[in-house]
Design a protein around this ligand. Structure first.
Ligand code: ZN
Length: 244
């Protein structure tokens, strides 16, 4: 069994299509870790596309919740809040209902999946050793998969006294998943933030216990053009080309 692990598509259809083309033939099922919408210009198209692929797991993220009014946008910055309000006006009734039915956490041993963290499934960023270490207490399975930070990271815990420092996983890196307990992030399809603007995804080989990270170029200018047509905030448009 091979799983295509996606997270944080954020309504960027051009990036999603590039990932699906790049990964074609290499997966049997899809797991999606949340934030289908917010930031990008194609919320309905991305929901329709992912639904058609019938993912085995689909989580909701904080932006999905904000669009559904399940989460206040008080702590969002102005641009993110603008995108939430805009997305809310675009969503079809059917896609609104679809997002409403998605959970932020799913457990399928040996995996726990959460949009943000197992401790706070729609809130917390796992970016440092301390936060990772505390979160290892919050799930019972060997492996936890998260999204949310838009940064492809590995935190490895070999023993209770280990310090799980963040390890930045880059294009082509292969992680052996039986080396200890792990928190893994596949990075973001639609809005990478590690300085590499290419779309990010992971392939998980369940028999070989291998996690492999992939980055793929997509037509960033096309997504930016679409965002400009909708008069989206310029900072959201520009950041795509820097991957920040
Ligand atoms: Zn996100």
């Amino acid at each position: 069994m091979r799983t295509l692990v996606l997270s944080d598509i954020h309504a960027n259809l051009v990036a999603l299509e590039a990932v699906l083309k790049d990964a074609a033939g290499h997966w049997d099922q899809i797991w999606f870790l949340g934030d289908l919408v917010g930031y990008g210009p194609n919320p309905n198209e991305c929901i329709d596309r992912l639904r058609d692929l019938e993912p085995a797991v689909t989580l909701s993220g904080n932006h999905d919740w904000a669009v559904l009014d399940k989460l206040s946008t008080e702590e969002f910055n102005n641009d993110a809040r603008w995108a939430v309000d805009w997305t809310r006006r675009q969503l079809t009734e059917e896609n609104h209902a679809y997002l409403t039915g998605l959970p932020p956490l799913h457990i399928a041993p040996p995996f726990t999946m959460a949009h943000a963290s197992p401790r706070h499934p729609v809130w917390e960023y796992i970016l440092d050793a301390q936060t990772a270490w505390e979160n290892f207490e919050s799930f019972a399975t060997p492996i936890c998969l998260v999204g949310h930070s838009h940064i492809p990271l590995l935190f490895l815990l070999n023993g209770p006294l280990d310090v799980p420092e963040p390890y930045l996983v880059t294009d082509g890196d292969t992680i052996e998943m039986d080396r200890g307990r792990m928190i893994l992030n596949p990075g973001s399809v639609g809005q990478p933030r590690d300085g590499d603007p290419r779309a990010s995804y992971a392939l998980l080989d369940h028999e070989a216990h291998i996690w492999q990270l992939h980055r793929v170029q997509y037509d960033i200018a096309e997504t930016q053009w679409q965002m400009a047509q909708h008069k989206m905030p310029s900072r959201l448009i520009e950041r795509l080309e820097y991957g920040l």
